[in-house]
Design a protein around this ligand. Sequence first.
Ligand code: GAP
Length: 436
Amino acid sequence: MAIAEQQGQMEKLVSLAKRRGFFFQSSEIYGGLQGFWDFGPLGVTLRNNIKRAWWRSMVELRDDVVGVESSIIMNPRTWVASGHVQNFTDPLVECKKCHQRFRADHVKGTHHADDGGEFTEPRQFNLMFKTAVGPAEDSSAQAYLRPETAQGMFVNFANIVNSTHLRPPFGIAQVGKAFRNEITPGNSIFRLREFELMELEYFVPPADEIKWLDYWKEERLRWHLSLGLRPQKLRLRPHGKSELAHYASGAFDVEYEFPFGWSELEGIAARGNYDLSAHQQASGRDLSYFDDLKRERYLPHVVEPALGVDRIMLTLLIDAYNEEEVRGEQRVVLRLHHSIAPVQVAILPLSRKEPLTALAEKTEHALRPFFRTEYDDTQSIGKRYRRQDEIGTPFAITIDFDSLEDNAATIRSRDEMTQVRVPLSELRRELQERLP
Ligand code: GAP
């Protein structure tokens, strides 16, 4: 596909997202703010479904992982110990002509078409947002908005070991907001300044680190496939030596082929004992683990899969987006996986007339406890089908005038566009079979 066509796809998706209520520019009525986005009614539901699927697979269906929710603002010594104050930087260059600033690795040559305009030498720009805690605003009050949730797990390592029966290998998971003052946010919700992370810190005996890195890279790839992402658009890319942090013994990116090229979807890294050892040293607290079976004391090593909610949300939307021609008509359809589609079943009375609407409402109320439902009696039936296709609703129930006589309704499938007539009393069972 040509680049222009691919970029066009991205624009169409962003426009659909706005038109249907998935996401909007933050504070748009004031011109927005670069790198910040708001999520509308369908966006919130999609995000919740994604987070629930992640939590279910990473915490609830396992016996070796527990959750935490740590504060966004932490004691600033955390970020000195973790290395973020010193090293969480990107190389920044400035155009000498127009003074616009860029991330050095995001620009090539010059950005002026005519006569050039050179860039300054790169300098390191720290990505952490600063704030002040308490009524004083001097340097003693300075704190940071967390750029990742991971440190919340490391500083609580001893608390978790002491308050549970877990022993390595075990993990601590967290879902929460993170903030990075990215130099060049962009591609809608791909690179944000405020975003949400789903992270697991998995603590293992040192000798088993690579084994667990292999395990988690396969497990995470499997999870992405389970949400319906197309396998040919996904790949695992091992980090080269030059990309690896000095303490890391290995890392993989799960990459997706976005309209703007192959890019990182999720990072999976073997971090050694870098974090626990740094916090042990800086805090003076013993963070080692004593294995009473082997009678040995050690600092566990860590394998970390880290995925952005916004990033996977964008990926799922892009992957699901299809334009099709059906019987001479164009339709846009989001083929979202049933488990995450914001609406699973739409209930549509053929007309807005009584007693059709009463029967349709009653049907919706009966299905609501079991599925994510939506009742819609506005506009023509054709327009309502188009809307449901565009928001990725797998099934629509149409209540028509015959329904009043035969106590049956039509189930229309988003993907096959087939219509089957089903007794109202059988609707729930029929839908449950289709929406496992
Ligand atoms: N604790 C490890 C860590 O934070 P990372 O590779 O910097 O690792 C993990 O981030 C994931 O978070 C990325 O793979 C991506 O999904 C998401 N992510 C990172 N920066 C982001 C940003 N500025 N906007 C949106 N998502 C981001």
